[in-house]
Design a protein around this ligand. Structure first.
Ligand SMILES: [Zn+2]
Length: 253
């Protein structure tokens, strides 16, 4: 058995040229889960796999660069499938999604007709086929869940979602096989309320958590080389790479 991660979208809220915002495909031999569904995600997914083969979708938070292509997936599923696709959202997600439908002057049950909408969070771990998801509320300006995804053999990855630095995340990510870490801020911003990671804070997490492998994601293309250099120099002995659209990674060994 193996667990793989395919990068479908690694842009932050400003899409990089020709690229999609947050979207990742998780696969085992019998389970396929879409993690995040930002702008442009479903076109990227359709280029790699049949969206109709998904077992479920998991969204970490309801910012558009993490969920807005649920509209496209809803339409794909409506055309190609007659059952409903399980959609796991953070605690505020069901009401936000219904609000989007109303704001677009669509029926309030526009999404419910196609998605089996459920919420999850730190108190509600979820299991989808062979994959178990545990979560931790991050430091972001909306409800957001970092997730730790494990297969039955113990292989696991941690996705930070969007967050500022906080100590509990270092414990949550400790020893993971693959840390998928958002790194949007090329420099450390002023002020105490930080909702994204910068190289200094990302390196602090990596050095504390000691993952086997790190992929930096959710970045501006223009600053990607610099953030990779800054984080790599601050984390000797840890393999750090950029998440690149289309690439697949085996999780663990
Ligand atoms: Zn966000």
């Amino acid at each position: 058995m193996s667990l793989s991660l395919q990068i479908l979208g690694a842009s932050c809220a400003v899409p990089n040229p020709g690229a999609a915002t947050s979207c990742y495909l998780l696969r085992t031999a019998t389970t396929t889960v879409l993690l995040e569904c930002g702008h442009g995600a479903i076109g990227k997914l359709a280029g790699q796999a049949d969206p109709g083969d998904l077992d479920a979708v998991v969204i970490t938070h309801m910012h558009p660069d993490h969920c807005m292509d649920l509209v496209a997936l809803r339409n794909y599923w409506f055309v190609h499938r007659s059952d409903r696709l399980p959609l796991h959202l953070p605690s505020n997600g069901p009401s936000v999604l219904r609000g989007i439908a109303v704001a677009l002057e669509l029926p309030a049950d526009y999404f419910d007709r196609v998605f089996d909408i459920r919420s999850y969070g730190p108190e509600q771990p979820l299991t989808i086929g062979q994959l178990r998801f545990e979560s931790l509320r991050t430091r972001h300006n909306t409800v957001a869940n970092a997730v730790r995804v494990s297969d039955p053999d113990g292989r696991n990855l941690v996705f930070s979602s969007d967050t500022g630095w906080f100590a509990e995340f270092e414990d949550f990510a400790r020893g993971t096989d693959l840390l998928l870490l958002e790194l949007t801020d090329a420099r450390t911003p002023d002020g105490p309320d930080r909702w994204h990671l910068c190289p200094r804070d990302g390196a602090r997490i990596i050095n504390a958590a000691q993952p086997s492998e790190v992929l930096l994601t959710h970045y501006f293309a223009a600053s990607a080389a610099q953030i990779l250099q800054d984080v790599s120099e601050a984390c000797p002995g840890v393999g750090v790479e950029l998440a690149v659209e289309g690439e697949s990674h085996h999780v663990g060994h």
